[in-house]
Every structure is written in structure tokens, then in C-alpha cells.
Design a protein around this ligand. Structure first.
Ligand code: ACO
Ligand code: OAA
Ligand code: MG
Length: 303
């Protein structure tokens, strides 16, 4: 179990959606190695299947052991008649995170956080056992994103692009211009609140080239990971999010030079003809942190 601070820093390169009414997909989901599994009882589930899905997901959480972090995407707690019932059934099964779709106002987060707090008290779980990841899927949500990210239960914020694009009355393009402002705003709000930012799903599972391009762009923008809908997307995201040997070797060199310079009280260094100062050192450390989190043995790369 992670406390809230650890939960904000957990590796979340991939969060794979798993439809909550599919015993077959739920059973197999853990073998694909996603950092987080997101069992969905929201938009992939028909209204007539909501009861079945939430009970199936709760049962799986109680009786199966998952290596991946467990997340449940509930229905909206006030805009639908299902969200509060989802919490009633899902919280006792102790997922790591509740994914709140279509968040628009801090009061929605407070409502769900209160239910989580009640469950933690009822079952004598430590505070911070269950945390929240919200998804921005409308302009109203985007305009309130900064405040919502700062709620203490929030450990990550995601973009839900399909709904967002419907809300701004346009279409999804390969080059992503329609999402540029929204992605930037979400990312800045996440960084300001010191929580993680996850990019949205890419729905065309056949078009792996555009998928790779989109993942590379969102990584370069600064996102911490990507929501996925299919197992074959998971390994692609992991490899794009794992620093290359060359990047690791460079980061090690920078950090070693920096450590050596501390004894000389030097602020600025020269490594291979390039100026190295504090921000470069911070970025080198992030490369190493990402590599270590992804399971890379840094000592082997140094040798
Ligand atoms: C806009 C939004 O809200 S997006 C979020 C909601 N959407 C979802 O949750 C959809 C999640 N994804 C899926 O349901 C599926 O991937 C689909 C329906 C898109 C495609 O499914 P399939 O046609 O079965 O794909 P495919 O045949 O390539 O699957 C290969 C294997 O991976 C499994 N698989 C596919 N997707 C998933 C998944 N998301 N989770 C677990 N297993 C999966 C299949 O069961 C199949 O297993 P098998 O080889 O043992 O039979
Ligand atoms: O959160 C996601 O990436 C999927 C989703 O609901 C959307 O795009 O509307
Ligand atoms: Mg959506």
C-alpha cells in the first residue's frame, strides 16, 4: 500500500482500460505488464450492464491478486445515477485509485474524497489508502483544472480527449492541433500541484505508427504516461518512456561530474564541451529516476 506522497510518484507510464463487464479481459489483464489497470464501469459499459460490471470488478479486486496498480473508473457521481452506487460497491474492495471521469468542479472531488475517507475509517485503513485520478473531458473542467489538481487526494490528472473534442465541437486529427492548448493546460496544472499528468487514449488500435508518434509527442511535452485501450499499446509506451542507453550514459556522466565538482564549490561545469549547471543536473537526475523506475540497472550501464 502506498501513502499519498508515494502514490503521487509511482511509475504510471501506462494505465490500461479494461471493460468491467468482461471476465475474460479482467482475468488476463495483469499479464500485459501495464503499470496500472483501469477497470471501467463508465463509458465502455452499457446502462443495462452497470450492476454486473461494478459487482464483477469489486469481486475481482477482492479475490484476485494484481501486480499492477488497480484503478476503477466510476460513473460521474452527480451527473449520473450510477456514480455513488459505484463507490458503495467498489470502495470496500480497496482499489488503489478511483478514476473520476468528466470532472468539472472541486465539489465533485470533495464528494468522492468524503466517501473514501468514510471507507478508510470504517475498515481501519490508513489515510491515503485510496487516492483519486481525475479526467478533464470538457472546457468547464479545463477552466477549473488548477484548483481540482490541488485537492490532497488527487495524485494524477488525465485528459479524456474523445469527450473533450466532442465538447469543443471539432474532430481528432493526426497532428493533434485541437488538443494542444488543453494538453498544455493540464500539464501545467499538474506540475503546479506536483501531481502526475497522463495523456489520453488513442482509439485506432491498427494505426501503431500514429500511436507511436502521439506517445513520443506527449512524452516530449512532459506527460508522465498514457492511457491505453489494448495490450499491444502497453509495450510501445514503455519503450518510448524508458530512457535510451545513450541518454542514461550522458546523465550518469553529468551527475558524476556534478558530484565531483561539489568538493571544488563550482557552480558551472564543462562536460564534453557543454555547459552543465543546475537545471541540467536536475534533468539528468530525472532521466536516471525514470530509468531506475523502469527497472534499468544503472551500474551495468556505467560499466
Ligand atoms: C473513450 C473511452 O472512454 S476509452 C475507454 C473505454 N474503452 C475501453 O475500455 C475499451 C478497452 N479495449 C477493448 O475493449 C478492446 O481492446 C477492443 C474491444 C477495442 C478490441 O478487443 P479485441 O477485438 O478482443 O482485440 P484483439 O482481438 O486484438 O485482442 C487480443 C487479445 O487481447 C485481449 N484484450 C484486448 N483488449 C484488452 C483490454 N483492454 N484489456 C484486457 N485484455 C484485452 C483480448 O481479449 C484478446 O485476448 P485473447 O488473445 O486471449 O483472445
Ligand atoms: O480518458 C480517456 O482517455 C478516454 C475517455 O474517456 C475519452 O477520451 O473521452
Ligand atoms: Mg470520456
Amino acid at each position: 500500500m502506498l501513502n499519498n506522497e508515494q502514490a503521487k510518484n509511482k511509475l504510471r507510464r501506462t494505465m490500461m482500460f479494461v471493460p468491467g463487464n468482461s471476465p475474460k479481459m479482467i482475468n488476463a489483464a495483469d499479464i500485459y505488464g501495464a503499470d496500472s489497470l483501469m477497470f471501467d464501469v463508465e463509458d465502455s459499459i452499457a446502462v443495462t450492464e452497470k450492476d454486473t460490471a461494478r459487482n464483477l470488478v469489486a469481486h475481482a479486486l477482492k479475490f484476485m491478486k494484481f501486480q499492477s496498480e488497480t484503478v476503477v473508473r466510476i460513473n460521474h457521481p452527480t451527473q449520473t445515477p450510477f456514480g455513488m452506487e459505484d463507490l458503495k460497491v467498489i470502495l470496500p474492495a480497496k482499489p488503489n485509485l478511483i478514476r473520476m471521469p468528466k470532472i468539472e468542479d472541486i465539489s465533485e472531488i470533495e464528494l468522492v474524497a468524503d466517501e473514501i475517507e468514510k471507507a478508510e475509517k470504517k475498515y481501519n485503513w490508513p489515510e491515503g489508502t485510496i487516492n483519486i485520478i481525475g479526467a478533464i473531458e470538457s472546457v468547464k473542467g479545463l477552466y477549473n483544472v488548477r484548483e481540482m489538481c490541488k485537492h490532497p487526494r488527487m495524485v494524477a490528472i488525465a485528459l479524456g480527449a474523445e469527450d473533450f473534442i466532442a465538447n469543443i465541437k471539432t474532430n481528432r486529427t493526426k497532428y493533434g492541433i485541437e488538443l494542444y492548448y488543453c494538453r498544455e493546460q493540464i500539464l501545467m496544472a499538474a506540475r503546479d500541484a506536483e501531481i502526475q499528468a497522463l495523456d489520453t487514449v488513442f482509439s485506432d488500435i491498427k494505426d501503431m505508427d500514429t500511436f507511436k508518434d502521439e506517445v513520443t509527442k506527449s512524452r516530449d511535452m512532459g506527460f508522465d504516461g498514457k492511457s491505453c485501450i489494448h495490450p499491444k499499446q502497453v509495450s510501445v509506451v514503455h519503450s518510448i518512456y524508458t530512457p535510451t542507453d545513450k541518454q542514461i550514459a550522458k546523465a550518469v556522466k553529468v551527475l558524476d561530474a556534478f558530484t565531483a565538482s561539489l568538493t571544488d564549490n563550482k557552480g558551472v561545469l564543462n562536460v564534453d564541451g557543454k555547459m552543465i549547471d543546475k537545471p541540467i543536473v536536475v534533468r539528468a537526475q530525472r532521466v536516471i529516476d525514470q530509468a531506475v523506475a523502469a527497472g534499468v540497472n544503472i551500474e551495468e550501464k556505467r560499466a
